[in-house]
Structure formats: C-alpha cells, structure tokens
Design a protein around this ligand. Sequence first.
Ligand code: NDP
Ligand code: MG
Length: 398
Amino acid sequence: MTSTWTMVNQKHSNPKPKTSIAILGATGSIGTATLSVLSSLGKPWRLIGASAHSKVVELTEIANRHEPHMVVVTSEQCFSRPNLPPGCQFLCGPEHLQTLAEHPEVDTVVAAVVGSAGLHSALCAARAGKRLALANKEALVVAGNLMKEALLAGSGELIPVDSEHSAIFQAIKTGQPREIRRIILTASGGPFRTWTNRQLSEATITDALAHPTWQMGRKITIDSATMMNKALEIIEAKWLFDLPVDKIQVVIHPQSIIHSMVEFSDGSVIAQLSPPDMRLPIQYALTYPQRIVSPYPKLDWTESLNLELIAVDLDRFPAIQLGWEVCSKAGTCGAVVNAANEAAVELFLAGKLRFLQIVEVCQRILEQHNFDPSPDLPYLMELDRWARNETRKWASLN
Ligand code: NDP
Ligand code: MG
C-alpha cells in the first residue's frame, strides 16, 4: 500500500458508464433519494437490487415501481414472499446484503444502510471491485483500514455520497495531494447551534429531531444535533483523503450551501456550493465522472445570498474534539465510539438517556476500551458488541 494511494482513487480516465445499481437500505432517506435520482436519470441507469430491513411494504412498492431483479429483507420478519412482480427474486436474511453487493450484474452499490450493520456489505462490494457509492460513513469510522485494503484487493472505487466528502472529492481535483494545506468540513450546527449548555441539558427528543436544513433518518439527525455526525465525518475524511488530523478542520455554516472546502498550499480555497439536497451528491456518485443535467433546485444568483461561516464552539459541542482524538489514535477507537454512539442514540430516542449524556458516554467507553492499533474484523465486531453493552450498563446506572 503506498502512502499516496487514497480511497477516492481518481485514475479512472476512460471509464465505462456504471449503470446497474443495487441499493442497500433502499427504504431509508438516502435510499429513497437514490430511487428518485434513478427515476430522473432514466435509462441506461437501472435498479438491479434493493434491500430493506423492516419496511417490507415500502420495499414491495419499490419492486413494483422499479422492477429490480431481486430484493432482500434483512430483518427477522420476512416469513413469506411479499407481492412482488414476476421474475423478482426474494431473499431473506442479513447475509443476503452480501449477495446484492457482489452480484455479477451489479456495477454500483449504493451503501445506504445506517450504522455498523452496513460494514460487512460495504467491504464485500469493495472487494468485489464494484463502484461503492458510500453514504454509510460508519463503515469507514469502524474499519477504515480494512475498507482501504478491500478496495485495493478488488480494484474497486469509492465515490463519497456524504455531501461534505462529495464536495471535497470535487474540489480536491483542482490540485495535487502534496498541495493540500487542509480541508474544511462545514457543519450546519444542527438545531442546537445557538443553545446554551443549560438549554442543551434539557433538550428533548422532539427538539433534537428538528433539523433546520436537512431531512434525514433519525440516527443521523440526532448525530447532527450532538455534532457527533461531524466527528464521524472527520474520521471519514481521514480515510477517504488520506489526511492527518491537523489537516481536517470544521466550521459552522448554518445555511448548508457551502458543502465543504479544500485549502491549498498557496492559500487558495476551493469550495462546492449547491442547495441542501442529497440527490445532487447521489447523482454525482452514480454518473461520475460525467455531470448530467439535473432537475434539482439550483442557487438563484439574482437573489442576495447570506453565507455565514462561524467558528465551532468546542465547549458546547465536545463531540468534535472526540472526533479529532479518534482520528489521531485510529486503531480500535472508531469502532468503539461508533458503537457507543449508536447505542446511546437508541437509548436517547427511547427516553433512557439525556441529550448531553450521548457524547459523555461515548467518551467514557472510549477511555475504558482495550486499544489495538491494527485490529482485524472479528476483534472490531467483538468491540462493537462490548461497547453497546457497556453503554447500556452505563445508561442504567446514570
Ligand atoms: P435511514 O434510517 O433513513 O435508513 C436506513 C436504511 O437502512 C433503511 O433502508 C433501513 O431499513 C436500513 N436498515 C436499518 N437497520 C438495518 C440493519 N440492521 N441491517 C440492514 N439494513 C438496515 O438512514 P439514512 O438514509 O438517513 O442514512 C443512511 C446512511 O447514510 C447512514 O450511514 C447516514 O449516516 C448516511 N448519510 C445520510 C444522509 C441523509 O441525508 N440521510 C446524509 C449523509 C450520510 P428499513 O427502513 O426497512 O427498516
Ligand atoms: Mg454529511
């Protein structure tokens, strides 16, 4: 592995369009946005396979509308074949995410499962040499080094879907890796951007789910409120762009129009701007390296545009510091913080943890864990289970 190799390997100079798509997590926010992109792109892009976890009715509707060759239900509830169109294969069980990710007819896998449940299939897609349109940032947070090895082994390619990383992916092309001074991830600041620590201590589930600029799944919406989402994105950026922690900065940008920036050694800063709409980075990941006319909202340059950039308050949002810490220590830290956070968000949404305790418990579990600088997958999965259990124990005592 060379030190200049990055996951977002951009050497595909004469690529064949990749138009046969599998969506892992098709019933979620990113999955639904991807289906909307496929509808507007039309042929030759087509849905080959899709998965759902619990929303079998929604998956059936998807199958009837998009006529994929196969659908997968990953939860335990799949007792009988739903009312699918003829010729649509029905597979049941989490192991079939791998079947979709490696299917020979599929050339692009949209990894849109939430949480570390999406890791194994993302690894499979990378190892199978697919284009991996990656929304599931947790896969990189948990096992960035293994994802990198899988991509190298399979000669696959990874195109980020996360809007910040898509922005950097686009901006970074304007210079050479050695010319990057730093990247600047923008963060909306979420619903609590202006809240005091005292107000944060009383934040409710409804408050935390009211994101001002993005409509997303519940887990990432809570992550945005704690700013753990930005911590995960710091780690995601480290792996994607092969950058040390001191080259990854964060700035608050409440309008969510500047999606992120790259600063080069001469001081020039290149940014990517567009209205906050995930369909754009998703379309870019599907059609890359082409840019295709899209029907999505555009910025109106005849109107005044107020773009604020505000320094992040590390006292009110300690998750950012935690993100930098995990980023610099690497090894098992990402898996532990990610699992603690997933469990803590579930507990918060169940009314069993207070808002400020989410980041607090992640810090505690990180400190307690048995660090390994180069873990294998079984140890990462063992730690994932351990951290979830420890988080639940901590919550029951506090
Ligand atoms: P959602 O919760 O809306 O959707 C999650 C999807 O994963 C659903 O299809 C769900 O199935 C499925 N799923 C849930 N649990 C499991 C499991 N254990 N095994 C297999 N599949 C499962 O999440 P989002 O779409 O918001 O987020 C998906 C990923 O994309 C996350 O990693 C998030 O961080 C990332 N992301 C999301 C953005 C957004 O705008 N939403 C922006 C950038 C990144 P079902 O619904 O049938 O239960
Ligand atoms: Mg993002």
